[in-house]
Design a protein around this ligand. Sequence first.
Ligand SMILES: Nc1ncnc2c1ncn2[C@@H]1O[C@H](COP(=O)(O)OP(=O)(O)OP(=O)(O)O)[C@@H](O)[C@H]1O
Ligand SMILES: [Mg+2]
Length: 375
Amino acid sequence: MTSLTEVVDGAEVVVCCGSGGVGKTTTAAVIGLEAARRGRRAVVVTIDPARRLADALGLPEGLTGEPRRVAVEELATADGTDGAGELWAMMLDTPAMFERVVRANAGDDEQADRIVQNRFYRNMATALSGTQEYMASEALHELHDDERFDLVVVDTPPSRNALDFLEAPGVLTRFLDHKAFKLLMMPTRTGFKVLSTASQPILKAIGRVVGSDVLADAVAFFQAFAGMESGFRDRADAVTKLLGDDATRFVLVASPLRETVAEAGWFADQLVSKDFEVAATVVNRMHPRFGDGSVADAARRAATAAERGDEDLAAMWQNLADLRRVALAEREQLEPLVERVGADTMIEVPLLPSDVHDLEGLDLLGEHLFEPAPA
Ligand SMILES: Nc1ncnc2c1ncn2[C@@H]1O[C@H](COP(=O)(O)OP(=O)(O)OP(=O)(O)O)[C@@H](O)[C@H]1O
Ligand SMILES: [Mg+2]
């Protein structure tokens, strides 16, 4: 593979994943920008609460949980009727997203208020692991359905559980089907009071462990939640379907260091085990190859120049020998990954002289990741 053009052109969702610091956020920003340059209306959403996406896009004022338009000059007009391309960006705000979902799905304001004021809900919205992943999948669903966008680029956080959000919808569905959940919901179906639910033997046992206040809050939460399960279930099913769709593409980002190569292999295995395919592997921060000559040849010429007393020329040949050695070592480090994902999915991106924190820098990387945009 020589570029991401084809991968992104046919996509409605692109998920960038990989280990910490390899360039996921930067790659997601490049994909959004280049897609916009090709007439797409792209939104880049970062699940990572860090400011890196805003920084990569050159937005000192930062991003929020609402998509905001990024000003890009000279965007191409799509050949279809879609009009000019657009670039948008947002940062997942888990508690805000949760409240939005509750308000959008509650039967009325009173039900929504009862839920968002509940202590169990508030703990869950801010602290429970799994909520962020689940809200990431809700955000993906919302953005994919949003008429303003035709491409959603997802930037995943720097953790091994970054891919948990792929499973979050399924986890929710299983939870809604679980006995304990049905039991918690029972009083609202049969007219019992909260207290009688909490006196069920199994819940009494749970109450002894987590505290009866916590349990009462939880029971009250699930009862307030009554009637919303099917909406949650439908969206969870829709996201599961969307993630498995042909128009959803996974881009694995890696770099040519031993540990990150091993991590990239681990991510590739994770994706495959979840039945997803790696559409492209971006190997970021590569040292370029200078010519076809060998390290030994450059070193020999350095020695010859030194013998002749030409120190400058000797230093230059020595530099070339060193750079070739680095480039060679990087390609050797990458071999396990090439074997794992296949050479035809790999795209090399060079190490730039500096960090990327504006559209100009993203365009520089874009030249390596995409074919030139149509004029
Ligand atoms: N090809 C490159 N050349 C030079 N600098 C780069 C390149 N790619 C990324 N960077 C820089 O490397 C740093 C890390 O990149 P980025 O934030 O995209 O990585 P990440 O994988 O999203 O990290 P995290 O796992 O922390 O979210 C940034 O400062 C970015 O500007
Ligand atoms: Mg990042």
